[in-house]
Structure formats: structure tokens, C-alpha cells
Design a protein around this ligand. Structure first.
Ligand code: ATP
Ligand code: MG
Length: 240
């Protein structure tokens, strides 16, 4: 079994807020790993640390075997869907896609298929500021998937999506997984976890409290669903 991302003893604080307090974690290749944890538990901070957008105080992060500190070339291998996409308001969807294509310096692979799948055709000439929340999220998905990267990190990818878009997104993720891509996903939607996760990682107070399959989580805490198992972890640690 090979590890696509290896994290050891990772610490990160923002001022007095201790966010990551010794995270040890390996993510497996060609699997869907879902990172769970309460609001503010550090999921986005963890993802941004892997991307080099947040610089940890200490610890090690290896992506595809290479230590990422002071490196940038490895980011070519990662596609990222941010939790909050700050798109340039006055650009149209097409202009944004063109801008990303220019920045990447190569043509996108799956652009037209994604535009079709997520019904974005009629919106390509609309300015981003005028899009609905769900449509903006579809643009976020388009940008994350239009280049075929080995690693995809999706921070709350279902945010605001309607049921049809949700079905399309799940199919897309499964298709890419079947092609060997590795996923790191955060979500608060337990249905999505049930349907997609090969492995879940539960983060609390800056540490990994559980890592394993959905089945093993339920078994460990003797609960029929994920929410109840997680509630038990929180109760046990006096968090609620
Ligand atoms: N740039 C920053 N400056 C100061 N504090 C920050 C910064 N980024 C994150 N934090 C703090 O770090 C903590 C973890 O935030 P993070 O966004 O990683 O949580 P999360 O697990 O992704 O939460 P959510 O489920 O709400 O998305 C929070 O207390 C947050 O306020
Ligand atoms: Mg977050």
C-alpha cells in the first residue's frame, strides 16, 4: 500500500489559537479519504498546509514521496477546490477558465465534458458576481477537475449544490477514483461520507482521533451511523 501524502508531527497555530497539534497522518493512493471534524477543528488549515498556502511551525509533509518545504513544483500534481472561492467578480466564467488555462500553461483536458455535465453552458458568458451560489460552486468544480491531477483536494465540494449536481459530482469523483486519482475531501454531509469514503479521518483539538473505514468507526463505537459514532467521540472527550 503506498502513501500519496505523508504528514508527521504537524503543528500550526494562528496567534494563540492552536489549530494543528501534532498531526500524524498518511493518505493512501487511489483512495477517497474524508477528513471530518467540527467547525474550526483545522480541516481547511490541514489542506492549505499540504498546498503550501499555510506554513506550519513544525512537522513534515511529503507529497508523492517528496518533502514539500520550500518546494512548489509538486503543486502541479494537485487540484484544489477551495471551501470559499474568491473569484474575480467582474470576469465571466469563460474569462476565468481562460485565465486559469493561461496560468497553467497547458490546455485543460476535461473542460467541455464538465461544462456539459454540470449544465454550465448557458453561464459561460455571465460575470461571476452575478451567479447563484450553487452555480458558483459548479464553476469551482469545473476549475478543480478540468486538469487531470493525480491528487484532488476538495474542501466542502457539495456546498450549495442541487440534487442533480450532487449526483453528477459523486459520479465524477468515482470515475476519477477508478482512473487511479487520490482524493482528500472534507464534508459535513454524512450521506456523502457513507457513499464515497474509503477511509475517514476524524480531527479534534488539533489531533487525529480516529482513522479507519466507515464500518470500523461504527463498529468501534458500536453505533449504527456515523453521526452517532462521532457524537460518542465528542462526548468521551468532553467536547459536548
Ligand atoms: N489565517 C488565519 N488567521 C487566523 N486564524 C485562522 C486562520 N485560518 C484559520 N484560522 C483559525 O484556525 C481554526 C481552524 O480553522 P479551519 O478553517 O482550518 O477549520 P475547519 O475545520 O476547516 O472548519 P469548518 O468546518 O468551519 O470549515 C479556527 O479557529 C480559525 O478561526
Ligand atoms: Mg474548513
Amino acid at each position: 500500500m503506498s502513501h500519496i501524502i505523508q504528514i508527521a508531527n504537524l503543528y500550526k497555530s494562528f496567534g494563540k489559537t492552536k489549530v494543528l497539534q501534532g498531526i500524524d497522518l498518511n493518505f493512501e493512493e487511489s483512495k477517497i479519504s474524508v477528513v471530518l471534524g467540527p467547525n474550526g477543528s483545522g480541516k481547511t488549515t490541514l489542506i492549505k498546509s499540504i498546498l503550501g498556502m499555510v506554513i506550519p511551525e513544525s512537522g513534515s509533509i511529503k507529497v508523492m514521496g517528496t518533502e514539500i518545504q520550500n518546494q512548489w513544483a509538486y503543486r502541479e500534481n494537485i487540484s484544489y477546490l477551495p471551501q470559499i472561492a474568491n473569484f474575480p467578480a467582474n470576469l465571466t466564467v469563460q474569462e476565468l477558465v481562460n485565465m486559469i488555462t493561461d496560468l497553467r500553461g497547458k490546455a485543460a483536458r476535461d473542460e467541455s465534458e464538465l461544462i456539459n455535465d454540470f449544465g454550465l453552458g448557458p453561464f459561460m458568458k455571465i460575470r461571476l458576481t452575478n451567479l447563484s451560489g450553487g452555480t458558483k460552486q459548479k464553476v469551482n468544480i469545473l476549475l478543480a477537475f478540468m486538469y487531470d491531477s493525480p491528487i484532488l483536494m476538495l474542501d466542502e465540494p457539495t456546498n450549495g449544490l442541487d440534487p442533480v449536481a450532487l449526483i453528477r459530482l459523486k459520479a465524477l469523483i468515482n470515475r476519477k477514483k477508478a482512473e487511479g486519482r487520490s482524493f482528500l475531501i472534507t464534508t459535513h454531509i454524512m450521506q456523502l461520507v457513507e457513499e464515497l469514503a474509503d477511509e475517514i479521518v476524524f480531527i479534534l483539538e488539533g489531533l487525529v482521533y480516529f482513522k479507519g473505514t466507515v464500518t470500523s468507526l461504527k463498529k468501534t463505537f458500536d453505533e449504527p451511523d456515523i453521526e452517532k459514532a462521532i457524537a460518542k467521540i465528542l462526548l468521551k472527550n468532553n467536547v459536548v
